[in-house]
Design a protein around this ligand. Structure first.
Ligand SMILES: Cc1cc2nc3c(=O)[nH]c(=O)nc-3n(C[C@H](O)[C@H](O)[C@H](O)COP(=O)(O)O)c2cc1C
Length: 369
């Protein structure tokens, strides 16, 4: 599955895998794809350096990349405590009542909530880059906007290609104007922050908008047939996020969550502001229902919502409180029905791709005769 972009990056398959787990990212690169490690949770530079050291040892010299989150609207010049003070008391009470209703115990003494606002602050993302550029990363991806010009310049000086996620053609054009190298066209079906346009419509729109810049198709891809569709729509590769969550290498910290993902159908996700304050596709749970209930207090804007719910989310995950337990995941969750290794997922993807190509060749051959 070779495209100009996969050749440029030196990978066998034009399959890019986003994941928050180093073990998954390394396994994707070892399998012949391009593993991209999500950095948003690394608020201490030492932790990122430790995991990049680990990646170096476990990617067998294969290329990999890093994904940071620099939101277009910056949260700078205020401390985390000042931001925290902006959260209304009624919202705090709502969280507490939800936790009480489901009997969610507190975190063990001294255990910090795993998820903080700071990964979305530009100075933290920049400190992640200070670490990352000491490693031979081949790609830097940014969610939620175009990276600032000096970051694009710095990446290029290090020989690192820059990618950014886009949910519309206009968004993709802004990335192209910002000098980035690859646009990830991420459709409505995708897990995580998404726009409102489905991949089938979005991919060719973005290809037309920014070509000849390479485009990766993302959102709703979990089979080789879907990869073939993305490439047929003009993409130079595909970018998959959800499918890796139920691999044996993933570290979800909760068997109950893995079981929920394996049981979920494609209709069991919702695009909700419940986790971060921006619409993000995730498993539909009693947590998202409570926040999306018109009789509730409603969600707060980013970054307040993330700050408000960080500890609650950690408590729910820690204790595996089933009705509230969720994660960002896309509609492709309906195909995630068994736990497999990354290599097994890869083998199925490449076999499915070959089947799709054969089928189209047969159809094209028949219609030509
Ligand atoms: C659990 C999870 C976390 C995600 N976090 C990020 C993130 O931090 N940065 C980012 O650029 N994209 C993030 N995404 C989106 C992925 O990069 C990718 O675009 C998306 O998963 C593709 O669609 P799919 O879920 O249908 O495969 C996340 C996706 C998931 C499932």
């Amino acid at each position: 599955m070779e495209t100009e972009l996969s050749k440029r990056l030196g990978v066998e398959h034009a399959i890019f895998g986003f994941t928050p787990f180093p073990a998954v990212a390394a396994a994707i690169s070892r399998a012949g794809g391009f593993g991209v490690l999500g950095a948003v949770r690394y608020t201490a530079p030492g932790d990122l350096a430790r995991d990049l050291d680990w990646m170096q040892e476990h990617t067998g010299g294969r290329p990999y990349g890093l994904d940071v989150v620099m939101p277009a609207r910056k949260v700078e010049g205020v401390t985390e405590a000042e931001v925290e003070a902006m959260i209304p008391e009624a919202h705090r009470r709502f969280v507490q009542d939800l936790l009480d209703k489901h009997g969610v115990p507190p975190l063990p003494e001294g255990e910090a909530s795993g998820w903080r606002i700071t990964g979305w602050m530009e100075h933290v993302a920049r400190s992640q880059l200070d670490v990352a550029f000491d490693y031979p990363i081949k790609l830097l991806a940014n969610a939620l906007g175009s990276p600032p010009p000096d970051v694009v310049g710095r990446a290029h000086d290090h020989g690192v290609l820059v990618a950014a996620l886009a949910g519309s053609a206009a968004h993709a054009r802004r990335h192209a104007e910002a000098g980035i190298d690859i646009v990830v066209a991420q459709g409505y079906e995708a897990g995580g922050h998404t726009g409102e346009i489905a991949s089938m419509v979005l991919t060719p729109e973005v290809v037309d908008a920014v070509g000849p810049l390479p485009v990766l198709a993302a959102g709703g891809i979990g089979s080789g047939e879907q990869i073939a569709a993305g490439l047929a729509l003009g993409a130079q590769g595909v970018w998959l996020g959800s499918i890796w969550l139920t691999t044996t290498e993933a570290d979800l910290h909760s068997r109950a969550l893995t079981a929920k993902l394996l049981a979920a159908g494609s209709g069991d996700t919702v695009r909700s502001r419940a986790l971060t304050g921006k619409p993000a596709r995730q498993l539909r749970t009693e947590w998202t229902d409570a926040w999306d209930d018109p009789d509730g207090p409603g969600t707060l804007p980013m970054p307040l919502q993330g700050l408000l719910v960080a500890e609650a989310v950690s408590r729910i995950q820690k204790h595996g409180t089933e009705p509230l337990l969720g994660t960002p995941v896309g509609q492709i969750v309906g195909r995630m029905t068994s736990e497999r290794s990354v290599q097994q997922v890869f083998d199925e993807l490449t076999r499915g791709f070959e089947r799709a190509v054969d089928r189209i060749q047969r159809i094209a051959g028949r219609s030509a005769s």
